[in-house]
Design a protein around this ligand. Sequence first.
Ligand code: NAP
Length: 267
Amino acid sequence: MSEDFTDKTVLVTGGNSGIGRGIAHRFARAGAHVIIVARDVQKGTAVVAELGKQRAEFHSTDLSSEDNVVQLVNKLEEKFHHLDVVVNNAGSGSRRGGVTSDDGPGERWDKMRGANLDAAYFVSAHALPLLARAASGAIVNISSTATLHGNWGTYCIAKAGIEAVTRAFAAEGAEIGVRANCVSPGWIATEKDEELPASGAGEWEVPPSLLNRMGTPDEIAAAVCFLASHDASFITGQTLIVDGGLTVTDYPSLSMLERVGDRLKSR
Ligand SMILES: NC(=O)c1ccc[n+]([C@@H]2O[C@H](COP(=O)([O-])OP(=O)(O)OC[C@H]3O[C@@H](n4cnc5c(N)ncnc54)[C@H](OP(=O)(O)O)[C@@H]3O)[C@@H](O)[C@H]2O)c1
């Protein structure tokens, strides 16, 4: 059964808010001990309180620094000896990554690469020996459908790198019993959308998915838990798009197709 993570040790980066919080909740419901890592202590403590101190713990660190990641992994090794699952969810999108119009290409790239690609690479690389000690270790990375769209600047470049990191760690992990996969979310509504609606005015000019709504953190968490579970034991190196059909939709053609549809319906 895919949703049984009883007594498994699961690290969720960026688990103190948004999608990561949803992932942390789902693993905790499935019986795991969840290690949440991000920078904001207040938010981290709040999520641990939601899950219960027996079920979760929080570590505050900036994962874009390799030294910080090494210190974190050493601490976790001392306490747990192994990790069953690592979810590289921490990241920062174009809308919230702190990039300003004054930033030059190097600054933009540093800001987007650090939180997204560097963090996923450093955590995967340093946690790999701990995952190798698990019965069947699994890495699940979070990219974005922005990888398929060029209008997200350095964010889409960094996220595309995460999908390559996934394939590289699938190859490296195979010999030591570790699988690596990736979930690529489309538009997902989180608590931050209440502060800063994704569509600006809170309404969409075109639907955010083929299903005419945004996704939820739990819908991403479901895919993450599946890929981390024994049910996905023959799946490695893959990216699963979870976007309600956003990327299979040719939006510019919709109004034309509607007109054709109206003509056909009126026959
Ligand atoms: N929401 C969407 O529509 C969507 C769509 C596609 C992909 N994604 C991806 O899904 C992931 C979660 O996004 P979200 O929407 O849930 O955003 P969010 O609520 O802003 O969550 C991002 C998380 O990453 C952590 N983080 C950022 N930089 C970090 C750093 N340097 N070190 C450690 N932790 C860091 C943040 O915590 P602190 O600030 O406390 O460090 C936070 O917990 C991201 O990778 C994002 O790119 C989101």
